[in-house]
Design a binder for this molecule. Structure first.
Ligand code: M6R
Length: 366
């Protein structure tokens, strides 16, 4: 069952290249350079007239939602709001029948996410599920949706479900943009082609595991850590921090890097590790100046960078290289080293990786 791995979490991290391929099978047609999603074929009219998407989710699924927002807005030009399901359901949110409410949930059983969905239904919005567990409560409450098809996830810390959710959101945003004519043919096709390369590129990140383990060791005795990213890598920073908190019991916060100067920078001294997700994209130069600000205050810098990076390497204590890819697909690669860091720190500390204290795999209580 653990396939020779010591923990389910590690197995699930290593499963990601295969899971992504499963998730894209029959949906990403590489030879024809197009995406086929049955939900779009069946609900074209309704989805085309959507005036707004509201994503409701919790935890890691909420982080995937933040990436989905950027993708849908960029390619399909439809406004997207991302809400914590637990907050959304207890307000009086404005929901109109032209809204599409997307619930993202690995288990399909998270009580708050289900309740947010029910509220959407009462207000006659379309309920769109992005779920892993087939036949789960959220799947059943959906009018339509897309399964992520990554297989059972046992480790409490979500890993392959996150990359599966991001993959599905990518396919959906691309297909929607194509239908609406809001994405250029060139960008649509080049992104499809690059998506086909991602499983292999994830493998090459996994091949760096020993190196990542050594770097993770330096975090074992940390009491706090900050994670910073920008653009598509900002939600990845949040996700990296959540992984470290939940299984390694180290207090960690994720921030969009430019927010640092609005408060968190006061925390930086020689005892504060700061993990930067600084791959080679449009905000690369900006993030370098954020890294320099940390360096100037003696913070310890660990950075996820693009292969061949030179500038960050000069400043950081340690770097982890990931293959180059499109900015929009960066999270699918940059999330992997952060999952491995949290895993190795937890193992080094002798903690129960698959079942961390105080946590349940699906949160069916409010
Ligand atoms: O099953 P769900 O995706 O609805 O679960 C949501 C969260 O409870 C879940 O992502 C949680 O944050 C994970 N333990 C994160 O690793």
């Amino acid at each position: 069952e653990k396939g020779g791995f010591e923990h389910f979490m590690l197995k699930e991290i290593y499963d990601q290249p295969r899971c992504m391929a499963d998730c894209m099978r029959g949906r990403l047609l590489l030879n024809e350079k197009r995406i086929v999603l049955s939900t779009i074929n069946m609900h074209r009219e309704r989805l085309m007239k959507a005036e707004r998407f509201i994503i409701v989710a919790c935890g890691t699924s909420w982080h995937a939602g933040l990436i989905g927002k950027q993708l849908i807005e960029q390619w399909a030009n439809i406004p997207v709001e991302v809400e914590y399901a637990s907050e959304f359901r207890y307000r009086n949110p404005v929901i109109s029948p032209d809204d599409v409410v997307i619930a993202i949930s690995q288990s399909g059983e998270t009580a708050d996410t289900l309740a947010a969905f029910q509220l959407a239904k009462e207000n006659k919005a379309m309920c769109f599920g992005i779920v892993n567990v087939v036949g789960s409560s959220i799947a059943r409450a959906s009018d339509t949706g897309i399964y992520i098809h990554v297989g059972p996830e046992i480790g409490v810390a979500s890993t392959k479900a996150f990359t599966g959710q991001v993959t599905v959101l990518t396919l959906f945003a691309l297909a929607l943009g194509h239908e609406r004519g809001t994405i250029s043919k060139e960008e649509y096709e080049s992104t499809i082609e690059e998506l086909g390369n991602i499983p292999e590129k994830i493998k090459s990140v996994l091949a760096k595991d020993e190196e990542i383990k050594d770097i993770a060791r330096s975090l074992t005795y940390a009491e706090n850590a900050l994670y910073m990213g920008r653009g598509f890598n900002y939600p990845v920073a949040l996700e990296g921090a959540l992984k470290l908190k939940e299984i390694s019991y180290i207090h960690a916060e994720g921030y969009p890097a430019a927010e640092m100067k609005h408060g968190p920078i006061a925390l930086i001294d020689e005892n504060m590790p700061v993990v930067f997700v600084a791959t080679h994209h449009q905000l690369y130069k900006k993030i370098i100046s954020n890294i320099e600000e940390v360096k100037a205050r003696n913070g310890r810098i660990i950075a996820v960078v693009t292969e061949g990076d030179e500038a960050v390497k000069e400043i950081a204590e340690a770097t982890i290289e990931v293959p180059s890819t499109l900015a929009s697909l960066a999270p699918l690669l940059s999330a992997i080293p952060l999952q491995l860091i949290a895993y190795h720190v937890a193992v080094e500390k002798g903690l129960n990786v698959d079942q961390p204290r105080n946590l349940a795999k699906s949160v069916t209580v409010e």
